[in-house]
Write a protein that binds this ligand. Structure first.
Ligand SMILES: NC(=O)c1ccc[n+]([C@@H]2O[C@H](COP(=O)([O-])OP(=O)(O)OC[C@H]3O[C@@H](n4cnc5c(N)ncnc54)[C@H](O)[C@@H]3O)[C@@H](O)[C@H]2O)c1
Length: 298
């Protein structure tokens, strides 16, 4: 009994010490647990500050090679100009994240302008589907892409609807030289009106961004020089060129109505006289005519 009493008194003497020990142990383990949380938080903080301070491995636009800059500038800007696309892309992409590749359809993609656009899009890493009826375009213009798995060529007339899953639509299909667009004026206006309607319908259905290549011809026989975008033009609606001029004006109207009425994201590029490689010498446009005449008189 005495021993028991001694033991109990002893245990009574040790209890506060034990209690303190277990309390400090639990405090330590709790702190350790808390520290784990602290470490996790610290990790998050470090990672996010890293992404904020070094947002991209993409070089600054000023340090890009001219070809890379051209590639980016050739993209349809989302808001603002091409330069805003470059700086936005360069600023927003985090380390190691590359620009997602887009699925792009180019109507009239085997033509003069279209084939150069296809070169740029493929060089930028996008997948390209060319839709063309070969009226004025030539397969040779894209022959160098035929073995590229990111390239597809479809013989199709845009006057007929087509269903494709794409992110962007560049709508170029239309004969551009007077010789060609006057060859079958009804077909020209059909291409401009029905073709544009079909491609806008596709853009609406799949939520793709749409670009129309219009022309300086929308100003007709202008009374203002040079023509500003705010100038509405001076166009003959019943002349021999009207199939092209009025066709493109209607295509522009449709583009803006799909934008306002259906929320399709659109761009309109009014191209002025362009010339360069892959243009036929007998194309019938002013620069090729001039060069052809010089060659003949040599
Ligand atoms: N090149 C210029 O100076 C210039 C100037 C102003 C506007 N544009 C516009 O730019 C675009 C391209 O012009 P381009 O100079 O490359 O002309 P282009 O004639 O070389 O190319 C037009 C392409 O569209 C195709 N096409 C025509 N009708 C079609 C149809 N119904 N369905 C499918 N494909 C069809 C042709 O086969 C051709 O490949 C056109 O919309 C044109 O109006 C060009």
């Amino acid at each position: 009994m005495k021993q028991l009493n001694r033991q109990s008194s002893l245990s009574k003497q040790h209890r506060p010490h034990h209690h303190r020990l277990s309390l400090s142990r639990s405090l330590a383990s709790c702190l350790l647990r808390e520290q784990r949380l602290l470490f996790v938080l610290l990790g998050f903080l470090l990672a996010s500050s890293f992404f904020l301070l070094y947002p991209s491995l993409t070089p600054h636009p000023n340090t890009l090679s001219s070809s890379a800059r051209d590639t980016i500038a050739a993209r349809i800007p989302r808001g603002g100009g091409a330069s805003s696309v470059v700086s936005a892309a360069a600023r927003r992409l985090p380390v190691g994240v590359r620009k997602p590749s887009l699925r792009v359809v180019v109507t009239g993609g085997v033509g003069f302008v279209g084939s150069h656009l296809v070169d740029q899009l493929l060089a930028g890493g996008d997948s390209v589907i060319v839709v063309d009826n070969f009226f004025t375009g030539r397969k040779e213009n894209v022959a160098h892409h035929l073995s590229n798995p990111r390239f597809e060529l479809i013989r199709h007339d845009v006057v007929e609807p087509i269903l494709l899953e794409v992110d962007q639509i560049y709508h170029l299909a239309c004969p551009a030289s007077p010789v060609h667009y006057k060859f079958n004026p009804i077909k020209t206006i059909k291409t401009n009106v029905m073709g544009t309607l079909n491609m806008l319908g596709l853009a609406k259905r799949v939520g793709a961004r749409f670009l129309l290549t219009s022309t300086s011809e929308v100003y007709g026989d202008p009374l203002e020089h040079p023509q500003k975008e705010s100038y509405w033009g001076h166009v003959n609606p019943i002349g021999v060129r009207s199939c092209y001029d009025e066709g493109k004006r209607t295509a522009e109207t449709l583009t803006m109505d799909y934008h306002r009425g259906a929320g399709v994201e659109v761009r309109i590029a009014r191209i002025f006289n362009t010339y360069g490689p892959r243009m036929c010498l007998d194309d019938g446009r002013v620069v090729s005519n001039f060069v052809a005449q010089v060659c003949v008189n040599l």
